[in-house]
Design a protein around this ligand. Structure first.
Ligand code: NAD
Ligand code: MG
Length: 383
């Protein structure tokens, strides 16, 4: 069980909830890192009194340094500064940075010998092979924070080696469940950010609406549970009560259920293997019924694009992720329409050759090339 924790991406949706879990369970915070939100970081630093904090944005770091001048807290800046915080004296690093920006921190954590509690799925999507190699080399532990993967991990407790047949990955279907392709053409940013069951950061909320999030999670599951993509079934579970599960060799299905709330998966990663009081109890009779559907892969192509990308392997998943990060940013700025995201991701994956060896350098090259593809092609998609 974690006693001393480092939180990366502490000012974001998962970061703030992680600090709530830490507060409730008296987990000490040794370091915090985030992008540019000085106000929230100052508050967090004053409350938790970590030894060090980092802001990736240099200007934000300068400002924070001035504001924390009356404390003993060391302030670091830039990407290097964020990586520095991983070396504070703690047992666990919870990585809740958003995007491929979290990959180096994931690798640095594994190399430091600390437990990696991973929310930043993009680091497995892009660097899964490298992360697993490092885990083997350094004998490390990685625990999932993503609710579906935590549910799979929880469902696997006590399941003997070799008994797993398939993984069941549930999806909410997002705000546009049941809509036609035509109806999706004119959806606004505001409608896209209105998720029915979960309150999350902007990027993952858009990903949930396009089903890109589920595609990224298929890739995440491939790496976390050492499965081929054809052993992962995606099912829409509209109420987000069944958080995912496993099908065993004897046909038995084990799932983890609960209220749609990230507190439990975050806490489980920090208290594993112990279970402590956390979320409100599920009232099954109040819920009444659960509904299931096949995902609509025609209307939401990102899921199949990701499954194909991980099946083809190499740098294809990195290209899918990089193009998506770039396209989502353009969508949020109102520069492209909703359905353009999938088209741009598909195009970027197609232009990525499948043969290149995976290394940190080739991953960042493939990411840059996918982003370039999106910037060169988005004007044809402009709204
Ligand atoms: P968010 O946008 O709310 O927060 C992101 C955090 O990362 C912020 O603190 C931001 O300052 C920081 N950050 C951004 N760029 C950075 C950089 N270059 N260096 C250091 N810090 C940087 O995002 P979120 O919703 O909390 O999601 C974080 C991660 O967790 C994502 O990978 C997401 O897919 C995953 N996740 C989120 C949820 C959820 O409920 N929000 C659920 C499952 C998984
Ligand atoms: Mg998830």
């Amino acid at each position: 069980m974690t006693e001393k924790l480092i939180v990366l991406g502490s000012t974001g949706s998962i970061g703030v909830q992680t600090l709530q879990v830490a507060r409730r369970n008296n987990i000490r915070i040794l370091a915090l890192a985030a992008g540019r939100n000085v106000d929230v970081m100052e508050q967090q630093a004053r409350e938790f009194l970590p030894k060090m904090v980092a802001m990736q944005n240099e200007t934000a770091a300068q400002e924070l340094k001035i504001r924390l001048a009356d404390t003993d807290i060391k302030v670091y800046s830039g990407e290097q500064g964020v990586l520095e915080t991983v070396h504070a004296d703690a047992d666990t690093v919870l990585n809740a940075i958003v995007g491929i920006a979290g990959l180096k921190a994931t690798l640095e954590t594994v190399r430091s010998g600390k437990i990696l509690a991973l929310a930043n799925k993009e680091s497995l999507v892009t660097g899964g092979e490298l992360v697993k190699e490092a885990l083997k080399q350094y004998g490390g532990t990685m625990l999932p924070v993503d609710s579906e993967h935590s549910a799979i991990f929880q469902s696997l407790q006590g399941v003997p080696e070799g008994a797993l047949d398939r993984v069941l990955l549930t999806a909410s279907g997002g705000p546009f469940f049941g809509k036609t392709k035509k109806e999706l053409e004119n959806v606004s940013v505001e409608q896209t950010l209105r998720h029915p069951n979960w309150s999350m950061g902007q990027k993952i909320t858009v990903d949930s609406a396009t089903l890109m999030n589920k595609g990224l999670e298929v890739i995440e599951a491939v790496h976390l549970f050492d499965l081929s993509p054809d052993r992962i079934d995606v099912v829409v579970q509209r109420e987000s009560i069944i958080h995912s599960g496993v099908v065993l060799k004897d046909g038995g299905l084990m799932v983890q259920m609960g209220v749609p709330d990230m507190m439990l998966p975050i806490q489980y990663a920090l208290t594993y293997p112990n279970r402590l009081p956390c979320s409100e109890r599920l009232d099954l009779c109040a819920i009444g019924k659960l509904t299931f559907f096949e995902p609509d892969k025609e209307t939401f192509p990102c899921l199949s694009i990701c499954t194909k990308a991980i099946t083809d392997g190499g740098l294809k998943p990195t290209a899918a992720n990089g193009a998506n990060e770039e396209a989502v940013a353009l969508f949020l700025k109102g520069q492209i329409g909703f359905t353009a995201i999938a088209r741009l991701v598909e195009g970027a994956v197609a232009q990525q050759s499948s043969g290149t060896a995976v290394s940190l350098e080739s991953i960042f090259d493939a990411d840059a090339s996918a982003r370039r593809y999106v910037r060169q092609h988005f004007s044809q998609e402009a709204v």
